[in-house]
Ligand binder design. Structure first.
Ligand code: WT7
Length: 642
């Protein structure tokens, strides 16, 4: 990499081989973004061409209407790299958590046969086009087979992160009304077997699930309910390896993926077949500069959008080889991830700042044992990557050789929308870079005026948005309108992020403007955590705020108004348990404070902003004129000090 001031540019050698190397692409795209995306769409296989590229009835919009597509045809038989080239190429390499375990490798052809067998089995179970199928699976190849099998027959998959609690699973299954759930007996996490089936049994109570397909992974003892539960291996046994993909409309739903909602009820983001496919293919190709001999590893769990787009669909559409890792990156030792990179000769490594900071804390000594010289590109996602983590990653992992992409996007956007491209740059620590060609972002002030460089405002996406942007919130049009299309009207997509740009137009993301906190990159709302805490019978009220954390970026801190007479240590433990039960272990509170009252406005709104300042010990509490109970401030201060 070449350094110029505080910017980095790709070196000559890298540039020469890069798929995109000329900044002219930005100009070309900006001239006519709709035509630009149309050109990109032509790079994929369609059964029938679209009638209209982009249509807009705010706040709704469509891409490639009238076009007919199936994402699995673009992955397999009609892969743009040529089926004859791709067929016997490695698609997926699965690395199990236990070191003594055996890896599983699937070529494209093998994967296709597995997908077809399972797709045929799903049809036998009565799954039809448009039906929602729940997938509650850990990081094992069957999760990919399940998603692709759904896509193959036109069923809508809804993957639920395997570390979510039964309660979180239930809420999602109730919302989608899925009749079939795919799960596993168990999986390995930090040397232990997690009994996933037991959690699934609990989670399907009160839902419409009538068939549960169970993958045998950990051979732990599970109960199979007669008439409802089926072993995966049994139902695929006699199924044919052949089947034709169902031809889908571009605007048919491909999947629903839930993200944290403001009140405790998660939002089901709806993604469409055509636009998602186009965006997944091209963003993966250009951003990761994927070539046939690359080994791509995105560490994100399949339960998140990063897992969907970059640990499944994106690499597959590109005919690439990618890694799926079952376990925790620092198990059984802190160098496990480096071991995996070395073992498979990973060329492209995509992870989250929280992981980078964790590796940094373990220290460079763990890297010394491993050769990381196959790496070509590093990338980061999920939250702002601070300068220290950026430099550590760039220096010690990429050896100042590899472009470091800071990729910005959201569950809603379906694919990466802001990042510098590896063959062009520039890369500037803490800045995510430029909007992907064909997308138009702006940063607006409160009045909706465009902010000049250096001035912070709301990050928005302007028409024609992006083909992969969500088409709705499942069964909740009101929420869709209110969350994304109300701040600046129905023609401007509001990201909820605050940002500013520099003179070159590089964007720096500052953080969320809403009540979302990012815990180790996981998105969770304070409202969701509060409603979990409030299910405690002796807690009348609670408020959650995010607190800065060295490794996780942010951690939740809970203030509770407790009316029972248990010892405070007991209550604190119960609060943590409550979150684990209602949501899962991803966002356990770091601290719990028992208080008499919470700071509120006259209309009864909790002023979390004040709590946040009290936590950091800030003297200036900002505008407190609307505070109805100023006497609480002193008391809460005392509790925090204790
Ligand atoms: C929010 C979306 C889709 C990727 C996984 C997260 C934050 C995401 C960055 C980045 C700064 C980032 C934003 C965004 N975010 N990437 N590179 N720099 N912030 O998806 O869980 O839907 O969260 O993550 O705040 O709005 P998500």
């Amino acid at each position: 990499m070449i350094k110029k001031g505080n910017l980095y540019f790709p070196g000559k050698e890298f540039k020469k081989k890069a798929l995109v190397k000329s900044a002219a692409i930005y100009k070309e795209a900006a001239k006519n973004p709709i035509r630009f995306w149309e050109k990109l769409a032509k790079g994929l296989f369609w059964y029938k061409k679209w009638k209209k590229v982009f249509s807009h009835q705010p706040p709704y919009f469509h891409w490639f209407s009238g076009g007919k597509i199936n994402i699995t045809a673009d992955i397999f038989e009609e892969n743009r790299a040529g089926w004859e080239n791709v067929k016997n190429r490695v698609a997926l390499i699965w690395e199990p958590e236990p070191l003594e375990g055996r890896e599983r490798v699937f070529t494209y052809y093998q994967l296709l046969r597995e997908v077809n067998r399972f797709a045929n089995a799903l049809l036998k179970l009565g799954v039809k086009k448009g039906d929602r199928v729940g997938i509650y699976l850990p990081m094992i190849p069957e999760v990919i087979v399940s998603m692709l099998a759904c896509a193959r027959i036109g069923a809508v998959h809804s993957v639920v992160f395997s570390a979510f609690s039964p309660n979180a699973l239930r809420i999602r299954l109730q919302d989608t009304e899925a009749k079939v759930l795919i799960t596993a007996d168990g999986y390995y996490r930090r040397g232990k077997v997690i009994n996933l089936k037991k959690q699934a049994d609990e989670g399907v109570k009160g839902t419409k699930v009538r068939k549960m397909v169970v993958v045998k992974r950990a051979a732990n003892k599970v109960e199979m309910k007669k008439g409802r539960d089926l072993w995966w291996s049994d139902i695929i046994e006699k199924e044919s390896e052949k089947m034709q993909p169902r031809i889908m409309d571009a605007e048919d739903v491909l999947f629903i993926l839930y993200t944290s909602g403001s009140t405790g009820k998660p939002k089901g983001t709806v993604h469409a077949c055509g636009g998602y496919t186009v965006q997944a293919y091209w963003t993966t190709r250009w951003i990761f500069d994927l070539k046939p001999d690359d080994i791509f590893w995105s560490t994100a769990d399949i339960g998140w959008i990063t897992g969907h787009t970059y640990s499944c669909y994106g690499p597959l559409l590109n005919g690439a080889s990618f890694i799926m890792f079952e376990g925790a990156p620092d198990w059984p030792s802190p160098d496990r991830w480096a071991q995996v990179i070395e073992k498979y000769g990973v060329t492209t490594f995509y992870t989250a700042p929280t992981a980078v900071r964790m590796f940094e804390k373990y220290g460079k000594k763990y890297l010394k044992k491993h050769k990381l010289d196959t790496l070509q590109i590093l990338a980061s996602v999920g939250e702002p990557i601070d300068a220290a983590a950026w430099h550590w990653y760039f220096k010690n992992v990429g050896k100042e050789r590899c472009p470091l992409l800071d990729t910005w996007w959201q569950t809603e956007t379906g694919g990466i929308l802001i990042t510098s491209l590896p063959g062009i740059g520039p890369f500037k620590p803490t800045f995510t870079g430029l909007p992907f060609p064909g997308t138009r972002f702006d940063i607006l002030d409160e009045k909706g005026k465009s902010c000049p460089p250096g001035k912070q405002g709301s990050l928005v996406l302007l028409p024609p948005f992006a083909p992969g942007l969500l088409r709705g919130v499942y069964k909740n049009p009101e929420k869709y309108k209110k969350t994304y299309w109300s701040q600046y009207g129905e023609r401007i997509y509001f990201t909820s992020d605050s940002a500013y740009k520099d003179r070159r137009g590089l964007i720096r993301i500052v953080g969320r403007m809403d009540d979302v906190i990012k815990v180790a990159g996981h998105r969770i709302t304070t409202g969701e955590l509060e409603s979990a805490v409030n299910t405690h019978p002796e807690i009348t009220e609670s408020a959650v705020v995010g607190k800065k954390d060295e490794i996780k970026g942010e951690v939740p801190v809970v203030f509770v108004v407790y009316k029972g007479n248990k010892a405070s240590e007991v209550v604190k433990k119960e609060v943590v348990l409550q979150v684990r039960k209602q949501i899962g272990p991803i966002a356990l509170p770091k601290e719990v404070y028992l208080v008499e009252d919470l700071p509120k406005t006259r209309s009864g709104k909790i002023m979390r902003r004040i709590l946040k300042k009290l936590l950091t010990g800030e003297k200036d509490l900002g505008d407190t004129s609307t505070l109805a109970n100023p006497e609480t401030i002193k008391k809460i201060k005392a509790v925090i000090k204790r």
